[in-house]
Design a protein around this ligand. Structure first.
Ligand code: ZN
Length: 204
């Protein structure tokens, strides 16, 4: 599997995933990195099939149209996304690039349309739900601490400890981690009741 984390402009991370044999590829959150992504796609001779957004915030959807203009790729987002994607996905859906499954896990809280993508059952692209050592904020329009609690504790932390975590922003001490490492060291994931978590998130 070809897998590359791209950070060229600002603190947004973009991801390129491709099947080694078919060269089919997906980009997740093109952000402000479309130029560098285009360069890599050409250099690696990839066929861009999907442009996927973890949520509709403009710092993640930036670059969608630029990538679309150089390919026949479809834009993919959750059903609740405020952008109008070519393909709408829901919790549990799976997209395939070559032999690689990309499983959609709906993780609202930062926004209603937030999704994580489980790549080949090995790597979790967490968008703005979970960062290294931090979780996404819930005080922006559409944010919801109760939804974030369910997404973090009832979905993301249900995954195996060895799954790698790749966030949507470079906010941590390193660019990636694992579910187990975050479970042990991320202060936002310390055991809390729902009420305790909501109070925690409401602290200034
Ligand atoms: Zn966001």
């Amino acid at each position: 599997m070809f897998f590359k984390q791209v950070q060229r402009h600002g603190d947004n991370f973009s991801y390129i995933i491709a099947d080694d044999t078919t060269r089919e590829a997906a980009v997740v959150d093109s952000s402000y990195n479309a130029g560098e992504i285009t360069r890599i796609i050409k250099a690696e001779n990839l066929k861009l099939k999907y442009i996927i957004n973890t949520h509709g915030h403009s710092d993640h959807t930036a670059g969608n149209q630029e990538l679309r203009s150089i390919s026949t790729a479809k834009i993919v987002a959750h059903t609740l996304s405020r952008i109008n994607p070519d393909i709408k996905v829901n919790d549990g859906d799976t997209l395939n690039i070559g032999a690689i499954p990309l499983k959609v896990i709906h993780t609202p809280g930062h926004t209603p349309d937030g999704i994580c993508l489980l790549v080949n059952n090995q790597k979790l692209l967490t968008g703005d739900a979970l960062f290294i050592g931090e979780c996404g904020r819930t005080d922006m329009p559409g944010g919801n601490s109760k939804s974030m609690y369910n997404s973090l504790f009832h979905k993301i932390l249900k995954l195996n400890d060895n799954i790698e975590v790749y966030p949507g922003h470079d906010y941590g001490s390193k660019p990636s981690s694992t579910i187990g490492e975050e479970r042990r060291s991320n202060y936002t994931l310390e055991p809390r009741t729902l009420a305790e978590f909501i109070e925690f998130m409401n602290q200034p």
